[in-house]
Structures are given as structure tokens and as C-alpha cells.
Design a protein around this ligand. Structure first.
Ligand code: F6P
Length: 359
């Protein structure tokens, strides 16, 4: 199989995050230095293959004399449009792949992107291997997706900073973090950042529970507190809080402000203030852990192509680098926080209100 491959494509798809360039770098190093293949970086994800002329850049290790390993974002660009499949998309992808002479793709994306591109690849008769990335860390099977560690660090740093000003002003600081329907960013950062309340989409909570925790903090003699809320958390009554964009593309956002108003109304022990971290979680210098994961994922993805083991995703599980069939990852839904997870227990053990206990 190895000798049938001459040229591979690499693309980033979906929302960006820190560590993508480190994956691309590992792909280029392994493919060119070890296998002698050419690597074409596709510009702006699958959109680059829909443009005419096709938008790509031939990548060599010389491209990495710049410090891409250390830089957030993606040197190739990406799209997060969620445009549904259509016949033109399939034909454009297939034609472009043939025109460029690409034998296989490394797709750096979340489960949604991998599902979409694997379908395009199947129609085009080209192989692919996926490398998981998303700050949300909600890709099934893998314990780590590139970008998550950096996003978590950003949130923890934000909590460290908020704690100082919360203490000076005797306030409750509410930090709204990303993650869509998954609470991994919120849970990890609440524990590491010493929050008092952590609300996740996966665990129901009550306003009374939140307020009672804040009052308890006050009674214990602390005049400030930290609340972490995941953007996908619903109101205590179960309504989803979203921001409508002009394009009707609905995004999460606003639960922090909503809770702030509700807490203020019912509890005058503290003033509340809200910080929405937003895309700050996606940018910046990748953490060392994200660089490590990016490097092992990128290089392993190339090896899988060389071994002819495609339609697979590289993953990190039980401290080991593994690979799994794409169908085990796509279409099985989001990897949520398990309410019985040790981390949820640990959060409760250190006094964090994480919503209602199920047991
Ligand atoms: O999936 C990653 C993510 O950053 C989510 O946490 C967030 O809800 C969403 O993307 C934001 O998407 P966009 O960059 O398109 O606004």
C-alpha cells in the first residue's frame, strides 16, 4: 500500500483551536521525511476544494522553519459553516481530488467534520484518516482532542484573574465558557480554578442549589465566589439560552447573564458580574499537552495511511495512542460528561455545587 501513495492532502475543518498547526507539522514531517510523499495543504477546509482554481498549498518541512508549532489558529484556514450536503459539493470535492492527484486525506476535525468529509471521500473514492480536535473535547472514544487542554488552561487563568477582583470587590464572578452541549471545559476548569459552583449541560441544577451554595460561602466568612457555567446550560426551568445571528445561525450564549440576573434578584449577599470568554478559549499559544497530542496524532495518521488502514480516527485512550474505525466515532453522538465520573465526584468532594446528585 505504501508505494501506491504519492501525495496526501491535509485539511482542518470546523472551529479552529490551538494545536492545529502542530498536527499539520507532524503530518508533513512524517509523510515527507519518512515516506517521501508530497503533502498538499487544502486552504479553508473543504471549501478550498470547491473553489476554482482549487485552493491548496504544497507543504514541505521548510514551511515549518517558522514557529507554527507555537502558534494558535490554523495556517490552512478552516470553515465552520454547517452547510448541508449537496450534489455540487460532492462533485467539486471529487473533481478537485482527482485534479490534485490526492491519494488520501488527513482530516483534522471534530466528529461532525470527520463524518462530513468521510462521506465526501467515499464518494470521491479517496481514503481518509481523522485526527480529533475540538476545544469541547466531545469527540467520542478519544479522551483528548487537540485544543481542549489549551482552552482549559485559558479558563483556569481567567478564574485566577477573576478571583483577585472578586475578592477585592466582594463579588460573585460568573464565567461562561464554551463547549456546546458538553461540559468538559466547564468541569475541568471549575476544579482546577477553584470555583464554588459549576453548571454543566449534563447535570440538572436548581437556582436554590446555586444560591444556597453562595450563601454558605458567605456564612463561612468568604465574601466572594466563582461560578463557572457552560454555554449549553439551560435555565433552571429548562429553556435553552441562545444568541440569534443575522444568518439565523443560532449559537449558544447568554446563560451567564441570565443567571446573574436571577441570582441578583434572589440573593443580596453579593453583587454579580459576568465574563463570557468566548473565542479567547480557541486562540493563543497551544499548551504543551496539546502540542504533544497534536504531534502523536499527526504522525500516527500518516502511518495509518501508509499501512492502508484508512477510514479510521487516531485517538488517545487509557494513556495510549490507538486508532478506531470512523463509524465508531461518527454518528454516535457527542461524548458528554458522565454525571458519575470521578471528576464530578472530585468537584463535589471539594465543595463545588455541580447540580443535583443522582445517587
Ligand atoms: O465547537 C467549538 C466551539 O468553539 C464551541 O465551543 C462553540 O459553541 C462554537 O464552536 C462556536 O462556533 P463559532 O466559532 O462558529 O461561533
Amino acid at each position: 500500500m505504501t508505494n501506491q501513495i504519492k501525495r496526501i492532502g491535509v485539511l482542518t475543518s470546523g472551529g479552529d483551536c490551538a494545536g492545529l498547526n502542530a498536527v499539520i507539522r507532524a503530518v508533513v514531517y512524517r509523510a515527507t521525511l519518512h515516506y517521501g510523499w508530497e503533502v498538499y495543504g487544502i486552504i479553508d477546509g473543504t471549501d478550498g476544494l470547491a473553489y476554482r482554481p482549487v485552493r491548496y498549498k504544497k507543504l514541505t518541512i521548510d514551511d515549518f522553519s517558522n514557529p507554527w508549532l507555537r502558534l494558535g489558529g490554523t495556517m490552512l484556514g478552516t470553515v465552520n459553516s454547517g452547510v448541508p450536503f449537496n450534489a455540487k459539493m460532492i462533485k467539486d470535492f471529487s473533481d478537485a481530488t482527482k485534479e490534485l492527484g490526492i491519494d488520501a486525506f488527513v482530516v483534522i476535525g471534530g466528529d461532525g467534520s470527520m463524518s462530513m468529509v468521510s462521506r465526501l471521500c467515499r464518494d470521491a473514492g479517496v481514503k481518509m484518516v481523522g485526527a480529533p480536535k475540538t476545544i469541547d473535547n466531545d469527540t467520542p472514544i478519544t479522551e483528548h482532542s487537540v485544543g481542549f487542554s489549551t482552552a482549559r488552561d485559558v479558563c483556569v487563568e481567567a478564574l485566577d484573574r477573576l478571583n483577585a477582583t472578586a475578592s477585592s470587590h466582594h463579588r460573585v464572578m460568573i464565567l461562561e465558557v464554551m463547549g456546546r452541549d458538553a461540559g468538559h471545559i466547564a468541569l475541568h476548569s471549575a476544579i482546577a480554578g477553584g470555583a464554588d459552583v459549576c453548571l454543566l449541560p449534563e447535570i440538572p441544577y436548581t437556582l436554590e442549589g446555586v444560591i444556597s451554595k453562595l450563601k454558605q460561602v458567605h456564612e463561612q466568612g468568604r465574601s466572594h465566589a466563582l461560578v463557572v457555567v457552560a454555554e449549553g446550560v439551560k435555565t433552571p426551568e429548562g429553556t435553552s439560552v441562545q444568541v440569534a445571528h443575522a444568518s439565523d445561525d443560532v449559537r449558544y450564549g447568554g446563560i451567564g447573564q441570565y443567571l446573574s440576573a436571577r441570582i441578583n434578584k434572589e440573593c443580596d449577599d453579593f453583587q454579580t458580574r459576568v465574563t463570557v470568554l468566548g473565542h479567547i478559549q480557541r486562540g493563543g499559544t497551544p499548551s504543551s499537552y496539546d502540542r504533544l497530542m497534536a504531534t502523536v496524532f499527526g504522525s500516527k495518521a500518516v502511518d495509518l495511511i501508509a499501512e492502508g488502514r484508512t477510514d479510521r480516527m487516531v485517538a488517545w485512550k487509557d494513556g495510549q495512542l490507538i486508532d478506531v474505525a470512523l463509524e465508531e466515532v461518527t454518528g454516535v453522538g457527542t461524548k458528554h460528561v458522565n454525571p458519575d465520573d470521578d471528576l464530578v465526584k472530585a468537584a463535589r468532594d471539594v465543595g463545588i455545587y455541580v447540580g443535583k446528585e443522582t445517587k
